[in-house]
Design a protein. Structure first.
Length: 328
C-alpha cells in the first residue's frame, strides 16, 4: 500500500515532524510512505496513493488520484476538502477530532478568566508601569469569577464536552446548543437546546462559546442580530472556525460597550489583517489559531492515524469517520 503524508505549511508547528513519519515507517514496514512538503510534491504523490494523511487535498489533486480510497486529516476541520467530487465519491474520510479537545477547553477557560479578571487591561498598564487599581475598578464592570457564571456552549462535540466539564468543575452553569438535543448529554451540562433556540438562549449567558463545526448552516452563525441579543457585559469566545462569527458586526458591538469582551483564536481570514480594529482593544484577546496545539500533539495525531491505518488494512470500522454530506 502506498500512503501519502502531506502535512506542511508556513507555520512550522503545523508541519509534521520527521520523527513522526519515521515512526510510521517503522510501524508499517511493509507499506510505502511518501512524504510531501510542497504542493508540487503532493501533486506527484497523490497520483498512485492508496491513502493520504493530510489536512488539504485540492479538487485538482483528487481528480488526479487513481487509487485513493481513504483520507485522514490530522486536524478536526475538513471543510476545505468537501468539494462535490470528494463528497460524492466512495473515498472514506476520517479526522482527528477529539485529540485537541482538552487543550482547547483549557484555552477557553484561560481566556474567559483573563477577561473576567480584566487581565488584558492590567497587562497593557504593566507595559507603562502604571498602577491601574482604580482604573480596573472604575470601568463599571466588576471583576468576577467562573463560579455562578452562565455559560452557553454552541456545539457539543468533543471540544464542547471537554469545555463543559471544565466550566462545571469551576461552578459554572452550562447550557449547550446542539443539532440533536435529545442525544445523551455529557457530564457538566445542565440543559441542552436545539439549534433553533439560539436566540432564546443568548440573553441569559455570561459567556458564549462557539465550538460548532463550519457547515453551510453555521457560517455567520453569530451576526448582528445574535450579538444584539447577548446579555449586557457578556463575553464571546470563538475556538471553532472564524467564518462562524461576523467580525465586522462583532467589532461594532464591542465599540458600543455592550459586551465585556471577546476572545478569538480563529478569524474569517487568517492571518488577521493588521488593519482590523480588533487588534487595538483592551477587551479583546487575539491568539493566532493555536488553541488546539499542545506539547504531544504530533505523537497523538500520528498514533490516531496509525490506529486507523491498522483498521483500514484489516477491513475494520475506522475511528472518527466524517459524514461528508453533513460536513463533520
Amino acid at each position: 500500500m502506498r500512503l501519502l503524508v502531506a502535512i506542511y505549511g508556513d507555520v512550522a508547528a503545523w508541519c509534521i515532524p520527521d520523527p513522526e513519519v519515521d515512526a510510521l515507517r517503522r510501524g508499517f514496514p511493509e507499506h510505502e510512505f511518501v512524504r510531501a512538503d510542497t504542493d508540487e510534491e503532493t501533486d506527484a504523490g497523490i497520483v498512485d496513493a492508496d491513502g493520504a494523511f493530510s489536512p488539504r487535498i485540492t479538487a485538482a489533486q483528487f481528480a488526479a488520484a487513481r487509487r485513493l480510497k481513504w483520507i485522514h486529516s490530522p486536524a478536526a476541520g475538513i471543510g476545505s476538502m468537501l468539494f462535490p467530487a470528494l463528497v460524492e465519491s466512495p473515498v472514506l474520510m476520517t479526522n482527528s477530532r477529539g485529540i485537541s479537545a482538552r487543550a482547547i477547553a483549557e484555552h477557553t477557560i484561560g481566556v474567559t478568566v483573563a477577561l473576567f479578571r480584566k487581565l488584558p487591561l492590567a497587562l497593557n498598564r504593566q507595559r507603562t508601569r502604571t498602577w491601574a487599581q482604580n482604573e480596573l475598578f472604575a470601568e463599571g464592570r466588576s471583576i468576577r469569577t467562573l463560579r455562578g457564571a452562565r455559560v452557553l456552549l454552541v456545539g457539543l462535540g468533543a471540544i464542547g464536552t471537554a469545555t463543559a466539564q471544565l466550566f462545571a468543575a469551576f461552578g459554572a452553569h452550562v447550557t449547550a446548543i446542539r443539532r440533536r438535543p435529545t442525544a445523551p448529554s455529557p457530564g457538566g451540562v445542565d440543559r441542552v437546546l436545539s439549534a433553533d433556540r439560539l436566540l432564546e438562549a443568548l440573553p441569559s449567558a455570561d459567556v458564549v462559546i462557539i465550538a460548532a463545526p463550519q457547515t453551510a448552516e453555521t457560517v455567520r452563525l453569530i451576526g448582528a442580530e445574535e450579538l444584539g441579543a447577548m446579555k449586557q457585559d457578556a463575553i464571546l469566545v470563538n475556538v471553532s472556525r472564524g467564518k462562524l462569527v461576523d467580525e465586522a458586526a462583532l467589532a461594532a458591538a464591542l465599540e458600543t460597550g455592550r459586551l465585556r469582551g471577546a476572545a478569538l483564536d480563529v478569524f474569517e481570514h487568517e492571518p488577521l489583517s493588521p488593519d482590523s480594529p480588533l487588534w487595538d482593544r483592551d477587551d479583546v484577546i487575539i491568539t493566532p489559531h493555536v488553541a488546539g496545539f499542545y506539547d504531544t500533539y504530533w505523537p497523538d495525531a500520528r498514533q490516531l492515524f496509525a490506529d486507523n491505518l491498522r483498521r483500514f488494512i484489516a477491513g475494520e470500522p475506522l475511528r472518527n469517520v466524517v459524514d461528508k454530506k453533513a460536513g463533520y
